[in-house]
Structure formats: structure tokens, C-alpha cells
Write a protein that binds this ligand. Sequence first.
Ligand code: SPV
Ligand code: MG
Length: 287
Amino acid sequence: MRGLIQPRSLSFLMEAHDALSAAIAERAGFKGLWASGLSIATALGYRDANEASWTQLTDVVERMADAVAVPILVDGDSGFGNFNNARLAAKKLRDSGAAGMCIEDKGFPKMNSFVGDRHPLADIEEFCGRIKAIKDTVPGRGFVLVARIEALIAGHGQDEALKRAHAYADAGADAILIHSRKSDANEILTFARNWQNRLPVVIVPTKYYKTPVAAYRASGISTVIWANHNMRAAVAAMIEACRRILSEDGIAGIEPEIASLEQIFDLMRYDELAAAEERYLPKHVDA
Ligand code: SPV
Ligand code: MG
């Protein structure tokens, strides 16, 4: 994960929300994954407002980490409480196979950054305590801690965002995620210019999706998170499949457009099970 979050070259983290979407993203060629809070909550039938518990998150992350070899950066929301909850979640996430965790400078419960206008920011010193507690509990270079700044989302300016970034760097964060919900990348690019890569910069261009990736390369941004696109692609595909099966009164029409069973068996590596059966099952017993 540390290799994916460094200023020398731009890398992508693809969203995944379960073992299946993680395996699909890895097969597609992504070198790292984003375990999105929004997408995991959605897949579990919850809203992205800390309705899912931190143990439900760690369970999902464990299944994802079992399914893939690429590193997973986990969306740790605001850390599930104070420094104590944050360090506990970080340790369990590390033990579940996460390569890193991102925490955002809000309170508990949080609300998704694109919903409504109430996004009160955490006190800087208190949030730094969460960062320090995580770094003390899960030390070393093996687990990456990304500190996410919500100042721009909350309607504060560049000065507040920069002040927070420096405080979080001083507290021991490994990278800064600067979030925006504007439809253009101007405020992100301004931040990157002023920040001068004191720590690597991570961005989430969900709303400013039209900006070409070349602009991020040019401004020295380290990592782009495609934060919810597997989940949204799956939702669109499932809505269409349900609609067509009902309206066409059958499944013949949609068959060529959905994944084949062979693809599913391939993704889940049924071939490995067959090989293991060859190796471990006695030949003379019907199993
Ligand atoms: C997520 O994917 O859950 C994120 C990114 O935190 S955002 O939805 O933009 O807040
Ligand atoms: Mg989130």
C-alpha cells in the first residue's frame, strides 16, 4: 500500500465492497483497492451514517483480504468514536488483512460527505489524538494511515484545510486525503499546489469526474480513489436485469448480457478446489 501512496507516480485504488467485487477489481488489473464505507454500507443494506458497526466492517474486509493479494485501504469513517475506538478498529482491520486505514476529521456518527450540509469538523487536537493512537497501536511502515480532511466539504477555506493537513502530518499521518464535492477540481488542485507534497495526497474525484487524470499527474497527486464505481455499476446492472426479466417474462433475452456461470466458477477458483480434491480426497471413496 505504501508503494501505491507515494508522490513519484499516480496510482489508482478501485472500490470494492465484498470479496466478489474485490476479486473482480484485482482481475481487471487494479493494484490496490478501496474498501468504501458507502459501498459496504449499501451492500449490507445500511446508510453511510455509521449504521453498520465496526465489526461488520472488519468482517467484510477479512473476506475481501482473503479473496485478493492486492493491498486494501479501508475507509474507517471517523474512527467509530474517540481515539480508543479508532485504535481498536485499526488493530482489528490490520489483523483482518487491511494494508491501511483512512479516517476523516468528523465526529461519530458521521454522514456521507455528499448528503446534506451538516458536516461538523472534529476539533484538530482531538483528531490528532486519534491519529497518534492509531500510529502507536499499529506502528511501522506496514500499515498506512491516511488522514482525510473534510474542511472543504464543510464549507471552510483553503487555510483551514492546510492548517489541518500540517497538524495531521505532525501527528504522524502517512498521507492526506483532501475531499471535495465541487464539480470541478479547482479547490483540490489549489490545495495540492499549496501543500507541496509534504505528505502524499489522495483524492476522490466522484463529483469532479470530468477532470482528466493527467491534471492530477501534473500536480503531483499520489493516489486517485475510484470510490463507488463497482457498487454503482452493480446496482445499474441489477436494476436492468430485474426490469428485463419481468418485462420480457423470462430470462432468454438477458442471458448473453449477464455473467456466465463459467465466469463465476472461474472467479471463485473452482479449479483450485478440483485440484485439491485430486490431491486430498481418497480415490476409492465416493465423496
Ligand atoms: C466512501 O467511499 O465511502 C467514501 C468516499 O468515503 S465518499 O463517499 O466520497 O465520502
Ligand atoms: Mg466513506
